[in-house]
Write a protein that binds this ligand. Structure first.
Ligand SMILES: [Zn+2]
Length: 484
């Protein structure tokens, strides 16, 4: 058996002010040939799972291009076309192959392409023909387009948000595609469109129970795999929305019925599957009234993990103006300020202009008298068993507020984002993180309370305020009842 694998992974926020060119991939992850066997980058985990599973069976695995960038605006057209064509050339050279395994996101947009994953899958299908199984592992924050479903044999989406199960899902996909290649199963995909825009936090009820229910229904009644495509709200694309996907062993009616039933369950849970984000004033008041211990405050609208600059100063400015002390905030993306702090050195006191260089929606930069208290070069932070590069870092102290800056735009999802520069979030009353939900895996264990703040930003948590023009209508919550 011969397997071809490749992947391009990015989550496109079509409202982001940050362009995605070749440098965005070169700076994040671009691998030709053998991926690193030690899972140093999170991006390598599924491919290494497939490599091990192939080796155990004595099968050959050929690796094409693997590329990933931090979420940002649409990928530059020639970059997408060159990546796509390089993957297809690699596949053509590897043929004949028995199966194709792709690592994709599901919400990738390029200039001129609303659906990069569908574009790649369609061309791959044309190349290998109807009989070679093609599988892709996807992020739940995608669009799950008709073109993707038509051209793939099976799609498997992470079940967890925070995404902690990409290795498990990679094994699941390998098994389905391998069983297809061996003639043991004939996958059929059924999709139910929930006609809604929502975020689903799977560490909290009711989603915890929903994930458990999806898992309990797999492996019986010809159901091979069940996925919830949460959808990605910050994209102005024609197939946006929450969808349920059921892969059966050639049982279309079973799949359609189950996808519709689970889809109706998701619709019934709308409005209850995430924590409401409060305006800054209310959030700070709620933080002050919280029980003793660290209060974690998520600045969700400025989450780099969804395409935001992570340099908005809205919350920092509010802390300074209110004289809040015993607080820390991170990570603010500001390579220039990080370089100045490194130049000045630990112990230096200086006036610095912080943040607000790229974020178009907040109050701009803030000028503060600070002391440099910690510096670190080329840091990697732990997340879900892998190490994620955050670049150079600096910690600045300003009247009881420890400000953590970094040079490589990445969301704040582990305690190392503070401890790497000597700030202990466990010892601070208020810990502000720039993240939508991924921070919870690491911060919940230390938090006396967790709050979400809706400051102005690129990831507005109120979907009714997003200036959509091309999404399908009717759709909840823009339309109150799109189901009747
Ligand atoms: Zn995601």
């Amino acid at each position: 058996m011969k397997i071809f694998t490749a992947g391009v992974l990015t989550e496109t926020n079509t409202f982001s002010p940050i362009p995605t060119g070749l440098g965005a991939y070169e700076g994040e992850y671009l691998m030709r040939g053998d991926v690193n066997p030690d899972d140093r980058h999170g991006y390598e985990v599924p491919v290494n799972v497939w490599k091990r599973m192939a080796a155990e069976r004595g099968w050959t695995l050929v690796q094409g291009l693997h590329a990933a960038s931090q979420p940002s605006a649409a990928t530059v057209r020639r970059v997408w076309e060159s990546f796509r064509d390089e993957i297809l050339d690699g596949l053509a050279r590897a043929m004949p192959v028995d199966m194709v395994l792709l690592r994709l996101h599901g919400a990738m947009v390029a200039d001129g392409y609303d659906d990069c994953e569908g574009d790649l899958l369609e061309r791959a299908r044309a190349l290998v023909g109807p009989d070679v199984p093609i599988g892709a592992e996807l992020d739940p924050h995608g669009h799950l387009t008709a073109r993707m479903v038509e051209n793939a044999t099976a799609l498997v989406i992470y079940k967890e948000y925070p995404h902690t199960d990409f290795a498990e899902r990679a094994r699941e996909l390998f098994d389905i595609i391998a069983d297809t290649a061996l003639g043991k199963v004939r996958p059929h995909m059924a999709v139910h469109d929930c006609r809604m825009i929502e975020m689903f936090f799977t560490t909290l009820e009711p989603m915890r129970g929903f994930v458990a229910r999806m898992k309990s229904l797999e492996g019986h009644d010809r159901v091979l795999s069940i996925s919830a495509n949460h959808g990605f709200p910050w994209a102005d694309v024609p197939e946006l929305g929450t969808k349920m996907l059921v892969v059966t062993d050639d049982a279309p009616e079973v799949g359609a019925e189950l996808a519709a039933r689970l889809g109706r369950e998701l619709v019934a849970m709308r409005g209850k599957t995430r924590v409401a984000a409060l305006p800054i004033e209310e959030a700070l008041a709620a933080a002050a009234a919280a029980p003793p211990g660290p209060v974690v405050l998520a600045d969700v609208a400025d989450n780099a993990g969804g395409g935001a600059p992570s340099d908005s100063t809205s919350v920092l400015r509010a802390l300074v103006e209110r004289g809040v002390r015993d607080a820390t905030i991170g990570m603010i993306w500001d390579p220039g300020a990080v370089a100045l702090a490194h130049e000045a050195g630990v112990g230096a006191r200086l006036r610095m202009r912080i943040g607000g260089k790229v974020d178009p929606l907040g109050p701009g930069p803030i000028d503060l008298d600070v002391e440099v208290t910690g510096l670190a070069r080329d840091q990697r932070v732990a997340y879900a068993g892998v190490r994620i590069g955050v670049g150079d870092m600096a910690a600045l102290e300003c009247d009881g507020i420890a400000i953590v800056l970094n040079s490589r735009r990445t969301q704040t999802r582990s305690l190392d984002c503070f401890t790497a520069v000597g700030i202990d979030p466990r010892a601070r009353r208020l810990v502000v993180v720039k993240s939508f939900n991924h921070f919870r895996a690491a911060f919940d264990p230390i938090a006396a309370a967790t709050l979400y703040v809706a400051a102005p930003g690129t990831l507005d948590p109120d979907f009714t305020r997003i200036p959509y023009r091309r999404i399908p209508r009717p759709i909840w919550p823009l339309d109150p009842d799109p189901w009747s």
